[in-house]
Design a protein around this ligand. Structure first.
Ligand code: GCO
Length: 413
């Protein structure tokens, strides 16, 4: 039987400022991408020049059939130097949001998506809880400028990411900076120290987790006390943790350390954003590699679209608030594989919804092929391909496939 999604179900696609805008020169990642010995495969450079091309990109979102756009505002542009807020940068994002409204696309705004101003990261960054106040000041200033036009807000994207990668055995304890010398070396060149530099993703996972948890809770209240009235939540990185016999205690610990503190905090939020790409398996010895026979994607994890079912169920049960799937997708050069992934992931989501789980929206990651952090431009997550010399956009067959589902608000049998 075909499944009709509830009326008002939100279909969108997502990006993040640093991954698409280009030339985010006051940010910490820009510096780290260019540092000697960097682990970044290549620098972000012009990215896909979304900073200038957002009007046509937002028009394209509507043409493809989507009704919402999740994107981030860039703190490093808005506050490039501590305490100096650029009204031109805030106006830029105001125009972007207005452009969404013009095209009938809901503007869904992430306040922090990985990147921070360089000055912030050199001075403790996300490892220092005293820095939460600096983030709140940015949130307050930004919501004051934009709040009346926002549809949905996310405080921090994947606030638990480093913690989740550590418990899954992908990151070492202490985080990437404990093994990647270039971070500490770069810190020294900029007058900081290896101990003091605290970038998202590369810093100490458990310190980042604790700071971000506090930052989320307090930012939610700051954002809610600004103009406008819209739902606010956090988004979480949730690879489905699966236990083989003997692995149950490891899974319980992994959830307790990287998901539960945020899901418990989310009980006071309007929703929780679930972001799932694959699964991680555990046996009695802890995290395991991919299962033989299951394809491994360019990101290093398994092709496992059904992962979304386990994560949505767990998030809904623990947080007991509506679920927004704020990211789900696949990095692949084979667009037929993307359609296959989407078909299976949506089937998994429909199972949850048929069981009564309150899911309000689905955002495909990503609108366009873009800068995939340490992996550079290798993984192609987009529904739309971009020639980065001419900046021409070309929708892929998967864009039409998913757009048709979004338009009809129905999942075929
Ligand atoms: C994340 C981020 C995105 C990624 C996407 C694909 O999950 O890491 O939110 O910025 O690009 O997830 O890996």
């Amino acid at each position: 039987m075909p499944y009709s999604f509830p009326q008002g179900f939100v279909w969108g696609t997502a990006t993040a400022a640093h991954q698409v805008e280009g030339n985010n020169v006051a940010s910490d990642f820009w510096m780290l991408e260019h540092a000697p010995g960097t682990l970044f495969r290549e620098p972000s450079g012009d990215a896909v020049d979304h900073f200038h091309r957002y009007p046509q990109d937002i028009a394209m979102i509507r043409q493809l059939g989507f009704g919402a756009y999740r994107f981030s505002v860039e703190w490093a542009r808005i506050e490039p130097v501590e305490g100096y807020f650029s009204i031109a940068a805030l106006d830029h994002y105001r125009r972007m949001i207005a452009s969404c409204h013009e095209h009938g696309v809901k503007p869904c705004v992430t306040f922090h998506h990985f990147t921070s101003p360089l000055w912030f990261t050199l001075d403790g960054g996300w490892e220092d809880r005293a820095n939460v106040d600096r983030f709140l000041r940015f949130c307050e200033r930004t919501v004051r400028h934009l709040g009346d036009l926002i549809d949905t807000a996310y405080t921090i994207n994947e606030a638990n990411l480093s913690a989740t990668l550590q418990v899954a055995g992908v990151f070492p304890p202490g985080g990437l900076k404990s093994v990647a010398g270039f971070v500490g070396e770069a810190a020294k060149r900029y007058g900081s120290t290896p101990e003091r530099i605290g970038p998202f993703l590369l810093g100490d996972p458990m310190k980042l987790r604790d700071t971000m948890l506090e930052a989320h809770v307090r930012a939610r209240d700051v954002i809610k006390s600004g103009p406008g009235s819209f739902p606010v939540g956090v988004t979480l990185a949730m690879q489905d943790f699966q236990a083989l016999p003997g692995g149950e205690a490891h899974v319980a610990r992994a959830r307790a350390e990287s998901w539960d503190p945020f899901l418990e905090a989310a009980r006071e939020d309007d929703f929780v954003g679930v972001q799932t790409y694959s699964r991680s398996r555990f046996d009695a010895n802890g995290p395991m590699g991919p299962e033989p026979g299951v394809p491994v994607l360019i990101m290093g994890y398994e092709f496992w679209p059904e992962a979304l079912e386990g994560t949505v169920r767990y998030a809904a049960k623990t947080a007991n608030v509506p679920i927004h799937v704020t990211e789900n997708g696949i990095g692949t050069t084979d667009d037929a594989q993307r359609i296959d992934y989407e078909r299976r992931a949506l089937a998994a989501l429909v199972k949850c919804m048929r069981d009564g789980i309150d899911v309000r929206g689905y955002f495909y990651w990503s609108l366009m092929d873009n800068f995939e952090w340490l992996f550079g431009y290798g993984p192609e997550f987009g529904l739309v391909a971009v020639d980065r010399t001419t900046q021409r956009r070309r929708p892929k067959p998967s864009a039409d496939w998913l757009g048709a589902i979004a338009r009809s608000n129905t999942f075929p049998d």
